[in-house]
Design a protein around this ligand. Structure first.
Ligand code: NDP
Ligand code: GDP
Length: 340
């Protein structure tokens, strides 16, 4: 019989890539989504898998609903990708973020413990838990230092995962994923915000400069399509565990801008400092980027870079898409999309 997998956060970036991956492996896929007044299924449609998934109502904050879906379907695997995933928003909505990203995971683990203890559980943990990183690069053994309500909530969920594994023998894995992007990335995240706006400038659909915050923070950016394979691999191993998933390379926001600018014929030169800094296109003299302090964060994570050697040694995983290829994939997609 086909294996069954339940994916919460099916409408998000990773939900679409993971569902596509599991369908190719002949899984029966249950996609958990929360009702909305507008269409949140555009990614599933772009992946051409919308009609291949059984969609079920779900909300991380509704324990009765979580119990019902787990009890009724008792999936072989549960991938918890649902979250309030935007760090910036977590300072505006710290209580909601903690309820969803922290307590929501406890609800899921309790439902599994009670109604489907054989279900293997994947938790979408994050490199943001390393925050003000005390070690470079970061591994599974690096101490955590979360810097936002989002990271604090995710850290609670991470430890709940470990605790339910050790206390109740639940097969729960925590994937500590570093930033991963794609043409399906949410539009408020910095990479996609940049590619969409530069594509609009390139296609002359806007004249307005792109407003950004801190240009000097560095991230270890991988491709979402590579990372969902690791979620699955973790649940196929004999033992549940925690794994860092990363490329081992780090780049600043500035580096990302320069790399994608090449495809828009912009040659950006920086003028001014701090909140008065601007990125000017040398050829046209036009201002392409403006720093705007509204996008600075109350506490910043300056540098993330992961060491995924454990994933390589135990699960034979390595990322395929390099930084330059990721930049190219995203900007070409958005040039095409905005032109249409
Ligand atoms: P997205 O923001 O694209 O997707 C988040 C998903 O969670 C959406 O489907 C959203 O639904 C759903 N969701 C949000 N709140 C609730 C709720 N209360 N109940 C039910 N569903 C909810 O995130 P990604 O796909 O990029 O990331 C997937 C997971 O991985 C997240 O948990 C994220 O925190 C984590 N992560 C992501 C990283 C990255 O770089 N992408 C790095 C490390 C961890 P809706 O469409 O209705 O908003
Ligand atoms: P995060 O690592 O999960 O917070 O992913 P983001 O893409 O939201 O942010 C990555 C980095 O880009 C952070 O250090 C932000 O401070 C920085 N950044 C700079 N300008 C912006 C902006 O305008 N929007 C976002 N989202 N991030 C920005």
């Amino acid at each position: 019989m086909n294996k069954s997998a339940m994916i919460s956060g099916i409408t998000g970036q990773d939900g679409g890539y993971l569902a596509k991956f599991l369908l190719q492996k002949n899984y029966t896929v249950y996609g958990l989504y929360r009702r909305a007044s507008n269409d949140t299924f555009f990614r599933l449609k772009e992946h051409e898998i919308f009609d291949k998934i059984t969609l079920l109502d779900f909300d991380l904050l509704e324990f009765t609903n979580i119990c019902r879906v787990i009890r009724k379907y008792q999936p072989d695997e549960f991938y918890n990708l649902a979250a309030q995933s935007f760090v910036s928003a977590s300072w505006e909505e710290p209580l909601y973020t903690t309820q969803a990203d922290g307590m929501g995971v406890l609800y899921l683990l309790e439902a599994i413990r009670e109604f489907s203890p054989k279900t293997k559980f994947y938790q979408a943990s994050t490199s943001e838990m390393f925050g003000k990183a005390v070690e470079i690069p970061q591994t599974e053994k690096t101490p955590f230092y979360p810097r936002s309500p989002y990271a604090v909530a995710k850290l609670m969920a991470h430890w709940a995962c470990v605790n339910y594994r050790e206390s109740f023998n639940i097969f729960s894995c925590s994937g500590i994923l570093f930033n991963h992007e794609s043409p399906m990335r949410g539009e408020e995240f910095v990479t996609r915000k940049i590619t969409l706006h530069l594509a609009k400038l390139y296609n002359k659909l806007t004249d307005a400069p792109l407003k950004l915050g801190n240009l000097d923070s560095k991230r270890d950016w991988g491709f979402a399509g590579d990372y969902v394979e690791m979620m699955w691999k973790m649940l196929q191993n004999d033992n549940p565990d925690n794994y860092v998933i990363a490329t081992g390379e780090t780049h600043s926001i500035r580096d990302f801008i320069h790399e994608v600018s090449r495809y828009c014929n912009f040659d950006i030169e920086w003028q001014g400092n701090n909140e008065n800094e601007k990125g000017i296109d040398k050829k046209s003299g036009k201002t392409i980027i403006m720093v705007d302090k509204q996008f600075f964060r109350p506490a910043e994570v300056d540098l993330l870079i992961g060491n995924a050697v454990k994933a390589k040694e135990i699960l034979s995983w390595e990322p395929k898409v390099k930084f330059n290829d990721l930049c190219k994939m995203m900007i070409l997609h958005d040039i095409d999309k905005t032109r249409k």
